[in-house]
Design a protein around this ligand. Structure first.
Ligand SMILES: NC(=O)c1ccc[n+]([C@@H]2O[C@H](COP(=O)([O-])OP(=O)(O)OC[C@H]3O[C@@H](n4cnc5c(N)ncnc54)[C@H](OP(=O)(O)O)[C@@H]3O)[C@@H](O)[C@H]2O)c1
Length: 285
């Protein structure tokens, strides 16, 4: 059986390639192999490969950049048009599609802090809009018989992706800043769940291997936390004394708004371990 992974050099993609390769034949295409937005060529290559499963880990993840009208079209292509194209092809050829979405499709307020898989997307920023569009494209094809897993996740961290462009995770960023600054000011809001890419890749494989029904799944490590409280735990585990100052979301100048609450509830499958345990393992390795 062949599994095709797109974006296999990204932070999650790198772990997906590692995890799925232990049992199956994995083919991973990145920018140097082909332009994922050249849909004609992508269709030819996929038809030749005849994979049983396509995992799409490609995304445009620069949340603030998505607010720029000049950048937004690219985000839309990668986060919405690409999954729509893959869903069409998967439907035609009887391939299962795994695609990832984000807690940023939700708009959390004090009255609504957590979201089950059934909740309707209602984003408050442009990045969330493109991810919600991608979700809708898949849901439409699902009504026509697409076999799929749409996995929402949040706050990824883990070993860096193999791509030179791989984004630095929050924890690596904090460790780097702590070397340079005597005090770190960190947002003590935006409550949601961290997710260890190693755990997410394994949980994704389990969904596929155990033939769970097609649908939306929420896969995050257990235990919602703010950025500030997560940094406190990081430095506690590292036994580092770092002065931390809590900020409100509004205090940090960012172009895009972030949901104040976006806790993803996993009501359909085995919950992942607490994020603190996953973080400890990451730091040990
Ligand atoms: N990171 C988070 O905290 C987070 C939170 C919630 C949901 N998610 C979702 O989880 C999934 C994986 O995220 P991630 O953090 O692992 O992403 P990532 O590290 O940014 O990787 C994204 C992948 O997409 C590829 N890509 C981006 N633009 C491309 C383009 N124009 N042409 C070809 N390839 C392109 C990248 O290739 P290059 O390496 O060559 O650029 C990379 O392989 C995404 O669907 C994301 O929306 C992530």
């Amino acid at each position: 059986m062949t599994i095709l992974i797109l974006g296999g050099q990204g932070n999650l993609g790198t772990q997906l390639v590692k995890t799925f390769s232990t049992d199956d034949s994995v083919v991973s295409w990145d920018r140097s192999d082909l332009d994922v937005l050249d849909f004609e060529q992508l269709a030819i290559n996929i038809k030749e490969l005849t994979p049983e499963l396509i995992i799409n880990a490609v995304a445009f993840n620069a949340v603030d950049a998505c607010e720029d009208p000049k950048v937004y079209p690219l985000a839309q292509q990668l986060n919405s048009k690409l999954p729509a194209f893959l869903a069409d092809l998967a439907l035609q050829q009887g391939i299962t599609l795994i695609h990832y979405s984000s807690d940023y499709v939700f708009n959390g307020t004090k009255l609504k802090t957590s979201f089950s898989e059934k909740e309707v997307a209602n984003p408050i920023n442009k990045y969330g809009e493109t991810k919600a569009q991608g979700e809708r494209e898949i849901s439409v094809r699902a009504t026509r018989g697409l076999k799929y897993y749409l996995i929402r996740t949040s706050k990824l961290f883990g070993p860096p992706g193999s791509s030179p462009q791989a984004k630095v995770s929050f924890f690596e960023l904090m460790l780097g800043l702590a070397q340079k600054q005597s005090e770190l000011a960190i947002v003590d809001e935006e409550l949601s769940c961290f997710t260890y890419t190693v755990d997410l890749a394994q949980a994704t494989k389990k969904l596929w291997k155990s033939k769970m029904p097609s649908g939306k799944y929420h896969l995050v490590n257990t235990g919602p936390v703010t950025w500030y409280a997560a940094a406190q735990e990081l430095f506690r585990l590292k036994k580092m004394i770092v002065q931390l100052r809590p900020l409100r979301s509004e205090d940090l100048l960012r172009v895009a708004r972030r949901p104040k609450f976006s806790i993803l509830q996993n009501t359909k499958t085995k919950k992942l371990r607490p994020w603190q345990e996953a973080l400890q393992e990451y730091l040990n390795n």
